[in-house]
Design a protein. Structure first.
Length: 273
């Protein structure tokens, strides 16, 4: 009796969290993309459209953003992962990977760990524009001040400069930025076993927050200490200018999953009388 209601509830959750800008149910693999702090699903529109057709990118929409503006923010990494993981499990009906940029990388990393613990690991994890959680944490408490937060976002070129000149636009953007800065400041990685998912790290060579060696240190959280590192020209938002390069990295890493998805399932053994 409860099955239809449960299915309806799961579909409603997916419709809140997931955005498809290029739907393709025949795609061999699915890539769930988690936005940066203060960002929204639309940050991945260009990446979605430039990926090869055999990869369907699905962007995550956090509460309190764009068409979810009337929902309260989730205020911690743990709470966000708690809400998101069941949605990802339901939508992962084929080989899948996670891609996260900046705060999205932290969320993708913790989601990958949770999904692996549940026996449903991603085929690959991509983390972008984020220093390794194995390193001593930076004190981000200064970002709780609106003026410091605006100055930092402007320095990282994470917003159109016109936003900071228009009070109405600023009032729309600032709450999400403030919430996510506090979320990042409050994050403490769990001291759990090393990640067993294949990991690719991407970063900009001039990112003021993520020196290349800090990106390379992601290898410390992977079982066996192996993580592939790609350094592209640019700052914290290098991705905006190198979407095609990032797509090629994703496609190369996911090629094995594509091949496995194309293999026919083995025939069942015949009954022996």
């Amino acid at each position: 009796m409860n099955a239809p209601a449960d299915a309806t509830s799961r579909q409603a959750a997916a419709s809140r969290w997931l955005r498809r800008y290029r739907r393709d149910e025949s795609a061999a693999v699915r890539l769930f993309c988690l936005p940066h702090g203060g960002g929204s699903a639309s940050a991945y529109v260009t990446l979605t459209r430039e990926l090869a057709r055999w990869v369907e990118a699905v962007a995550v929409q956090y509460p309190g953003r764009q068409d979810r503006h009337d929902e309260p923010f989730l205020t911690s990494v743990e709470a966000t992962v708690d809400a998101l993981v069941p949605v990802l499990r339901e939508a992962a009906d084929r080989p899948y990977a996670l891609f996260g940029h900046s705060l999205g990388a932290t969320l993708a990393y913790e989601a990958a760990r949770r999904l692996s613990d549940a026996g449903h690991p991603p085929a690959h994890l991509f983390v972008s524009g984020r220093r390794s959680p194995s390193l001593p944490r930076h004190d981000l408490a200064f970002l709780r001040d609106d003026g410091a937060l605006i100055a930092e976002v402007a320095r990282l070129q994470g917003c159109d400069p016109l936003v900071f000149q228009e009070q109405e636009l600023l009032e729309v953007v600032l709450p999400a930025l403030r919430n996510d800065a506090r979320m990042a400041d409050g994050y403490r990685p769990r001291p759990d076993p090393a990640l067993t998912v294949p990991l690719t790290v991407l970063t900009g060579d001039a990112d003021p927050h993520v020196p290349v060696e800090d990106a390379r240190a992601w290898q410390d959280v992977v079982q066996g200490g192996s993580a592939e590192l790609h350094v592209l020209p640019g700052g914290h938002f290098y991705l905006d200018d190198h979407v095609g390069d990032v797509c090629r990295v994703v496609e190369a890493a996911m090629g094995g999953a594509r091949e496995r998805a194309a293999q026919p399932l083995p025939s069942p053994e015949p009954d022996v009388a």
